[in-house]
Design a protein around this ligand. Structure first.
Ligand code: BTN
Length: 322
């Protein structure tokens, strides 16, 4: 975003004269005017108040690496390599690229203000409008082979739900395996991609997290959705704070998971299960029954005629008449 410095100054929502902006940016007043036009072209609404200056019509919530790092606990701050981009194809793709060129000890974490090819689960697209939401990926490494990853994606969903609640969200539910819901609308999604085995038993995973923060229009989303601002408009949602909480929460949970596995998280996951005791069917409709929670590996259990059937992967939906 070429107008980032200008927007940083205007982000307090106050009126700033052309003269003061020029002085603070170290440019001429004509250059300020050009930057205002460029910011408008980038989609920001700026009001020109005659004789006084400029003001942002709607507040912007800029991503800032220094701020994100500043909110992290020191031990986590020193363990991550954080990059913030104005635009990427996909933050998951970026982590995969970074790991190809650098196998450093730090945990790679990246965020983008906008994704041009955001990836969702099952090959779907993830709508990623500029400046509105969080698009965040972390490169995690686990020892013990692929089989120790059972339940990881559920743990990630739980960690993100807890992080958002620490920042003021309420009553976040989890839809198996790892969608975050508020009432019956999707708030956030997680895409876990297995990158491969680095050496015997050392597996690399990319955890991609998309959270709807300020989004008010969801053209093309294709399902009931919500955002933090839409559901809880009285809170001031700041993407940098939310990102720090999510990074700290996910890395903390990944450590416990590496040590103890899913079993340590099962009860907390069940407490947020939006399927529990509701009428369900699998996507292909071959199984219909009642939601029975998850087993110790994170498989979903559907109660059918007094038996429990395991669903290991794929989609489950609530029956229309539930
Ligand atoms: C889903 O379908 O529910 C998963 C959505 C995951 C979206 C996030 S946004 C950050 C990261 N980068 C991507 O391309 N996808 C994930």
């Amino acid at each position: 975003m070429k107008s980032r410095a200008l927007l940083g100054l205007l982000s307090d929502g106050q009126i700033h004269s052309g003269e003061s902006l020029a002085a603070r940016l170290g440019v001429s007043r004509t250059a300020v005017w050009k930057q205002i036009k460029r910011a408008e072209d980038e989609g920001f609404s700026i009001e020109t108040i005659r004789g006084k200056g400029y003001r942002l019509k709607t507040p912007v919530d800029l991503l800032d690496a220094t701020e994100i790092l500043g909110h992290l606990p020191p031990d986590i701050r020193s363990s991550v390599s954080l990059k913030v981009f104005d635009e990427l194809d996909s933050t998951n793709a970026e982590i995969i690229r970074q790991r190809g060129s650098d196998n450093g000890a730090a945990v790679p974490v990246c965020l983008a203000d906008h994704q041009t090819a955001g990836r969702g689960r099952r090959g779907r697209q993830w709508q990623s409008p500029r400046g509105e939401n969080l698009y965040l990926s972390l490169g995690l490494t686990f020892r013990g082979g692929f089989s120790m990853l059972d339940g990881l994606s559920l743990v990630l969903g739980l960690a993100v739900a807890e992080a958002l609640e620490k920042e003021g969200a309420k009553d976040i539910g989890l839809k198996w395996p790892n969608d975050l819901f508020l009432a019956d609308a999707k708030l956030a999604g997680i895409l876990v991609e297995l990158q491969g085995e680095l050496e015997e038993g050392v597996v690399q995973v990319v955890a991609g997290i998309g959270v709807n923060v300020h989004m008010t229009r969801g053209e093309g989303v294709g399902q009931a959705w919500t955002s933090l601002a839409r559901a809880m408009p009285d809170n001031e949602w700041a993407r940098n704070r939310l990102a720090s909480s999510i990074i700290a929460g996910v890395l903390g949970a990944a450590d416990v998971f590496a040590d103890k596995g899913f079993v340590e998280f099962r009860e907390q996951w069940q407490a947020r299960d939006i399927f529990r005791d509701r009428s369900l069917k699998t996507a292909a409709g071959e199984l219909r029954g009642k939601g029975g929670g998850v087993d110790e590996q994170g498989n979903y259990l559907i109660e059918v005629d007094g038996y429990q059937e395991k669903v290991r992967a794929g989609e489950i939906s609530l029956r229309a008449n539930s």
